[in-house]
Design a protein around this ligand. Structure first.
Ligand code: KIV
Length: 292
């Protein structure tokens, strides 16, 4: 007899301990089924506020409400078993004061059962990061191109292209590390700056458009799968799933219009009709979908 024990989940300290070691693998995830797949390969899954753009069609992440993060956070925690789940704090839920940030982050932790939250900002969120960590909430920081500040930055622009911007970005990294963040996302910054920061701070750097010199990498899952219509230069498409979905839906539409779908094996027969019963048994044995 064997006893099945669920593997222990990766924790924020586990990720912190990976500084300078084997590269940390991460992806965004917003829903249970893809979380289950990514869980097999990733050290952590980020329920990014990019879900506002990817799942809900907003133009930026600015309008994303906390409720959406909680809802998708729950789905990703339910869908995964092993990876650390990190949930983004959306714009307007943590900037005003450390106590406001604690209230909202505690709600995210309690209602999703995730293992950490992520805050955008360096110097400006360092005090809040310290406040949350001291009260039991692991924080991942996010510096460089911070999409929630798009209205101040004037667009999704690469940061650190000129050396006179480096000091401020390096200082952001140092301050969040000192404040107790367990890792920091470096988004859309030049490769030499990312390498310099990675060498300078004691916590793992997670790059997205910041070079292989970081301690780990993250991408938006839909971007790397080839589902998102427009992706930044730093994305490599590891799949062509958008095309596969398009082809499958085109085939489905054609078969419905030609009345070649559904066939007998996809239908239910009256009791007593053995041949049709067999066919319907086969159909019910098929893996469950959300409509069964
Ligand atoms: O929201 C998000 O997907 C993110 C990643 C781009 C790091 O913050």
């Amino acid at each position: 007899m064997s006893i099945h024990v669920n593997p222990r989940r990766v924790t924020a300290p586990d990720i912190a301990a990976r500084k300078g070691g084997a590269p940390i693998v991460a992806l965004t995830s917003y829903h249970a089924h893809t979380a289950a797949i990514a869980d097999k390969h990733c050290d952590f899954l980020l329920v990014g506020d990019s879900l506002g753009m990817v799942m809900h069609g907003y133009e930026t992440t600015v309008p994303v409400p906390l409720e959406l993060m909680v809802m998708h956070g729950r789905a990703v925690v339910r869908g995964s078993k092993r990876a650390l789940v990190v949930v983004d704090m959306p714009f307007g839920t943590y900037e005003e004061s450390p106590s406001m940030a604690f209230r909202n982050a505690a709600r995210v932790m309690k209602e999703t059962d995730c293992g950490a939250v992520k805050l955008e900002g360096g110097r400006r969120t360092a005090e809040t990061t310290r406040y949350l960590v001291e009260r039991g909430i692991p924080v991942m920081a996010h510096i460089g191109m911070t999409p929630q500040s798009i209205n101040v930055l004037g667009g999704f622009k690469t940061q650190g292209r000129s050396r006179d911007q480096w000091e401020a970005i390096e200082e952001d990294a140092r301050l969040v590390a000192e404040a107790g963040a367990f890792a920091v996302v470096l988004e859309a910054i030049t490769a030499p700056l990312a390498e310099r920061i990675t060498k300078a701070i004691p916590i793992p750097t997670i790059g997205i458009g910041a070079s292989a010199g970081c301690d780990g990498q993250i991408l938006v899952m839909e971007d790397m799968l080839g589902i998102s219509p427009d992706v930044p230069k730093f994305v490599k498409k590891f799949g062509a799933i958008g095309k596969a979905i398009d082809d499958a839906i085109a085939d489905y539409a054609a078969e419905v219009r030609a009345r070649t779908f559904p066939k007998a094996e996809h239908t239910y027969a009256l009791k007593g009709n053995e041949a049709s019963d067999k066919a319907s048994e086969q159909a019910t044995k098929k893996p469950k979908t959300s409509s069964t």
